[in-house]
Write a protein of this length. Structure first.
Ligand code: 5AD
Ligand code: SF4
Length: 452
């Protein structure tokens, strides 16, 4: 979702005649789109911001203009200015559609000599001598404006993301997202469909619909409880000429009704892949996490999906080391992980986030135990995903060619309908085309083969 927001921000600059540079030392403005979901992500963003501010010193005292946006910016607001008084702006999650406007205004003022007051040589800036602009105010309409895309490069663009909603209405005890992204706001269905049509007209073949709880689309409030809104949206996108593939992320088990499960059988463009966060395999921990489902009903969804689409690929998110997670709880997670047969997973060590419900509990599982549980699950995952990949050898897969691969000349990468990365020889003309690739070998992360 942050990638998508960043693309929208980049498109705002392009709309205003600016260019995007790959070389940060050349930038007049640098925007860091931050994440707050775990401590590690915050530390990374702070390090990056510090580095960009430091870039000014050897080159030019005034540029780049440096701004923090996104979830950590929202959560910390003016505290980021206390931490980094040289920063130029901090803008929250409800201001994403205004970032270029904010940054360019500061840039123009800075060029006219208006900005952070000059300091005597050697003096350190403090929040008092900082002119940083902070805007973390709410805007209940902000979700309507995340609809800008970068122009397609000279070769075509195969895939695009569409944000269909902002915010989250769940209250998972560990999660900072509802606090920093606000209540769920869905975009009007027609706006999303016309954005998808525009993308199809520009050559895009694959659309991924994005939301914190994407399958709660259209169910934002008591008086908007239309349980079929999401499948209606999927149907409408399925009807668009030119779109060949549809994906979405991330759904929540509580909203995964039979209509959505049946959509896999009914909609030919809906790909056989789902990322369905499980978080834990223990009912005790799920309850403590305020995830309103039992592991048996989670596994039932998986069963039904496999029944509709036997070759479906299923990935998940798991948190290990939630407060009071016992060895037995963890064993239940391992068991569920195996039963579900995930072939991909993101496994996270619990990280207390200030302002969440669970941050008030002692972070009781020692770091070494979290690390051990993390490693054990990663081991299980490696086995399961190798077994899954093995089944591809010798098969022919439909692949959508996305881009040149990072390694090797004439090598390109694309994905199967099951979201596996495939590497094969092709030419730039093949980008955004569906090709058939015969899979000859596998690695942990990719399938390798040739177009047939
Ligand atoms: N600690 C660890 N992992 C977390 N996630 C969300 N909050 C936390 C936290 N406090 C994980 C969840 C979620 C994914 C995006 O990040 O697994 O699905
Ligand atoms: Fe966070 Fe839960 Fe909302 Fe996902 S569903 S964003 S984990 S609160």
């Amino acid at each position: 979702m942050n990638d998508r927001d960043s693309e929208d921000i980049a498109a705002q600059f392009i709309e205003r005649g600016w260019e995007i540079t790959e070389d940060e030392t050349q930038a007049d403005v640098a925007v860091v789109n931050t994440c707050a979901v775990r401590e590690q992500a915050e530390l990374k963003a702070i390090g990056k911001l510090g580095h960009l501010i430091w870039l000014r010193k050897p080159i030019d005292a005034d540029f780049p203009i440096v701004g923090a946006v996104g979830c950590m910016a929202q959560n910390r607001g003016a505290d980021l200015v206390k931490l980094m008084p040289d920063i130029d702006f901090v803008a929250g999650t409800r201001q994403t559609h205004r970032i270029a406007e904010i940054a360019i205004d500061i840039f123009n003022k800075r060029k006219a000599g208006i900005g952070h007051p000059k300091l005597p040589k050697g003096a350190k800036r403090t929040p008092k001598t900082s002119a940083a602009a902070v805007d973390i105010s709410d805007n209940l309409q902000s979700h309507l404006y995340i609809n800008k895309h970068l122009p397609a490069p000279s070769s075509k663009r195969a895939c695009a993301f569409i944000s269909i909603m902002q915010g989250c209405q769940m209250n998972c005890s560990y999660c900072i997202v509802p606090k920093v992204r606000g209540k769920q706001r869905s975009r009007p269905l027609e706006d999303i469909v016309s954005e998808a049509k525009r993308l199809a007209d520009s050559g895009v073949k694959e659309i991924t619909l994005l939301g914190q709880v994407v399958n709660a689309f259209g169910r934002d409030s008591e008086n908007a409880k239309d349980p079929a809104a999401f499948t209606r949206l999927l149907r409408a996108i399925n009807d668009i000429d030119g779109i060949e593939r549809i994906r979405f992320t991330s759904p929540h088990p509580s909203y995964f009704g039979d209509d959505l499960i049946n959509a896999y059988a009914e909609l030919p463009k809906l790909c056989e892949y789902v990322h369905l966060p499980m978080q834990s395999g223990s009912d005790t921990i799920l309850k403590a996490m305020r995830r309103p489902y039992k592991i048996s009903s989670f596994l039932k969804i998986i069963d039904k999906l496999r029944d509709r689409k036997p070759n479906i690929s299923i990935s998940t998110d798991v948190i290990v080391g939630y407060p009071n997670e016992t060895d037995t709880d963890f064993e239940q997670t391992r068991q569920a992980f195996k039963t579900a047969g995930f072939d991909m997973a993101f496994i996270f060590k619990y990280s207390p986030r200030m302002g969440t419900e669970s941050a008030r509990l002692p972070d009781s599982v020692p770091e070494e135990v979290k690390e051990m549980r993390n490693q054990i699950l990663l081991g299980d995952l490696a086995e399961q995903s190798m077994r899954y990949h093995d089944k591809f050898i010798g098969t022919t897969q439909e692949v959508l060619v996305e881009s040149a691969a990072k390694r090797g000349e004439n090598l390109f990468m694309g994905r199967t309908r099951t979201h596996r990365k495939a590497i094969f020889r092709a030419s730039p003309d093949d980008i955004a085309k569906l090709v058939n690739v015969k899979i000859n070998s596998i690695t942990v992360t990719a399938l390798e083969g040739e177009i047939v």
